[in-house]
Every structure is written in structure tokens, then in C-alpha cells.
Design a protein around this ligand. Sequence first.
Ligand SMILES: NC(=O)c1ccc[n+]([C@@H]2O[C@H](COP(=O)([O-])OP(=O)(O)OC[C@H]3O[C@@H](n4cnc5c(N)ncnc54)[C@H](OP(=O)(O)O)[C@@H]3O)[C@@H](O)[C@H]2O)c1
Length: 212
Amino acid sequence: MKVILAGSTGFIGRETLNQCLRNPAITSVVALSRRDLPAHDKLQVTLMKDFVSYSASVRENVKDAEACIWTIGLIPSTAFKDDDGATARRVSIEYTMLAAEAFEETCRKPFRFIYVSGAGAEQDQTKSLWVMGDYRRIRGLVESELLNFAKAHSDFTSYIVRPAMVISNEATLHSLFYRLGPSVRVDAISKFMVELAVKGDDKIVWENSEIK
Ligand SMILES: NC(=O)c1ccc[n+]([C@@H]2O[C@H](COP(=O)([O-])OP(=O)(O)OC[C@H]3O[C@@H](n4cnc5c(N)ncnc54)[C@H](OP(=O)(O)O)[C@@H]3O)[C@@H](O)[C@H]2O)c1
């Protein structure tokens, strides 16, 4: 099967790309990226200036895909740094939903969209939150929009994956420290998302402990 991967230059996306390329059920990966990636027989890099418009040539590249793993996103420390969250909202909400719409219009059906959200995402936009409130609400809003989108399109399934801290495969001081709290190894979450893309599941929302 053909799988679309967004965010393949990032920490989680890089490992997810490796897992996709290794998986025999995946014959082709279309990486939507702002930057080029090392060549591989199974990989087709589709360079995107922004993630707002899906040109005819981009649609041509993704039209045979049956799933997307979406790992584009901002981490809490940078999301609200410069512009009071405008970039965070554009990248998190607008980019994700425009992609869902483009893939629903263009790709093979049934289609699976796997979204990397985060632990503590809050779908209830009225709830007051003590820690990282803006960030968790934006995540929750994307989740609800994706779930509503899937309700409105019977041949489109949105999966929500909520990791806590994602740690590297190597036993560095950093990863050993974070392993003490809620966390998941990057190879584990990546493998898990690739399996979801290939096989699907009746369960839609996956918490950190379930991913592990
Ligand atoms: N790492 C964790 O511990 C953790 C835990 C929970 C949830 N998450 C979530 O998982 C997702 C991926 O995390 P990560 O650690 O892999 O992050 P990362 O290493 O910072 O990678 C982010 C990816 O998003 C892309 N991106 C960022 N801003 C963009 C923009 N304005 N336009 C287009 N692409 C953009 C980057 O592309 P470029 O290379 O082109 O910049 C990169 O591919 C994020 O949503 C993050 O919040 C991460």
C-alpha cells in the first residue's frame, strides 16, 4: 500500500519514515516535506512550500495512498513563543484539517488518517487548565475537528495518538531521565502508527500507556 507521511524531517517523523520503509506491507511512501530527504527506492518526496494548498501535481502523487501519518506539529516550548499562538494554530489546526480535506477528496477509500496529538489534549474548549492550557486546547480542537470530519465522511477514519514524552531509542541521560515518567520510545510509537496505517483498528483514540 501507499502511505503519506507528513513531518518526516522531525524526531518522530524520521523514525516513522524508517519504519514505513522497512514494512513489507508498505510499497510506497509519499513524504510531504519542506526539505528534501535521502533517496530510497520506496520513497517519493513531494516538496511543499506551505501546507495550505494541494496542487494538481501533489494530488497526483498522493491519489493512490490509503493512509496518512501526520506528525507535523510544534512542541509546547516553541508553540507560543513569538506570536501569541498564531503559528501554533495555523500549523496545528489549519494545516491538519486542510490535509484531511485534500486526502478525502483525492485519495483511495477507505482512508486512514493517523494524527499525533499529545497526552493531556483537551477537547472541551471551555475547561480551564492549569498546565499548558492553550497548547492542550489546540490539540484537543484538532482532535475534535478530525473526529467530526470522520463522522461526516464514512470512508475516512481519524485515529488520535496521544504520546506523553517521546524518548530516543538510545540510552542517553536525557532518555533515561524521562523514562522515569510517562513516556514512550520513538521506535515504539512509530511502529504502532505504521501498524495502524496498515491494518486500522476499531479503537480510535490511543493513550500513551496503550501505545506502549
Ligand atoms: N517529541 C515529543 O516528546 C512529543 C510528545 C507528544 C507529542 N508530540 C507531538 O508530535 C509531533 C511531532 O513531534 P516531534 O518531536 O517529531 O517534533 P519535531 O522534531 O520538532 O518535528 C516537527 C515536524 O513538523 C514540521 N513543521 C514544524 N513547523 C512547521 C511548519 N510551520 N510548516 C511545515 N512543517 C512544520 C517540521 O518540519 P521542518 O523540518 O520542515 O521544520 C518537522 O518535520 C508534534 O505535534 C509534537 O507536539 C511530541
